[in-house]
Design a protein around this ligand. Sequence first.
Ligand code: NAD
Length: 354
Amino acid sequence: MMKILLTGGAGFIGSATVRYIIGHCQASVVNVDKLTYAGNLNSLSAVADNPRYHFEQVDICNRSELERVFIQHQPDLVMHLAAESHVDRSIDGPAAFIETNIVGTYTLLEVARSYWNGLDPQRKAAFLFHHISTDEVFGDLDGTDDLFTETTPYAPSSPYSASKASSDHLVRAWHRTYGLPVIITNCSNNYGPYHFPEKLIPLIILNALAGKPLPVYGKGNQIRDWLFVEDHARALYKVVTEGKVGETYNIGGHNEKQNIEVVQTLCALLEELAPDKPAGVARYQDLITYVADRPGHDLRYAIDAGKIEQELGWKPQESFESGLRKTVQWFLANKSWWQAVLDGSYAMQRLGQG
Ligand code: NAD
């Protein structure tokens, strides 16, 4: 059975990928996660007792601990999702982004390379290092109808996207210079269940339910291309099982929406699915509040996912409307998950008390 070492498995996309692999595929997963504020083991309760799932609380910057994990678990391949991922936090404090996204990726590459070099020829030939990245490395498409392709030049705008761009370059260099078998995927904005409520969609849902203002940056005209997280998880597994070494694949949902459209759609869904509004709130959309724009904010991202669709036969299954409805329904049905995030009690896991 294929053994996958997956980093960042307690995060939003990582946990969806772990749930997908354990639930649908014949593979085992070793989840290597530091459990920062974004790591939440409650997102993995469905797989926690499965004998094909193992958890290692390890920082990817810690070389000796990573070496121990590789030797102990003998993975066949690596899926690298661990990262600092929130753009606003990268503006307020870039250091953690440089440390985890650049130094952490470098450390993981070095440990993986030395492990890969020591494998027997058959396992060495089958090994893969899959680096999961973002479309934000390509910068801003403002004023054009262009789409990001796999050959679009990098032009990152924020400390977050610059740190992810750096990590992509390191991964390509480790392939070209040392021959490490790598694949990179660059994906658009994800949304769905278990999304940490600092990101736009869960923030809007939870603020609306609490009768709090719904903050929208600038005029709300920023365009993002949205993908349901479970479609991303399926794409990632497809890439590690069928993708070609040395290649890059863009992953996206063909769902370009302005932020304000997303917020208004959420308000309409909440009117339907949660009609009992907090005291003093006549309509959820009355809570929309425009706030000062984020510095350096890119106006438009949009992905051309033609390559992964044609070469690997992947397509998103969820439309934006159905995915958003599922997401709102999930948040309404899983109050204990987000309540533990909002009151901070989920963080007790980090101290081994969860
Ligand atoms: P997330 O912030 O929800 O989760 C990140 C996970 O990494 C957390 O569990 C955290 O504890 C862990 N982590 C952070 N630093 C670590 C370290 N030093 N060592 C070990 N673990 C560490 O992020 P996400 O939204 O799930 O994103 C996962 C990956 O996908 C990231 O690489 C991100 O750049 C990329 N990505 C995200 C999106 C998106 O819309 N969220 C889109 C495209 C690509």
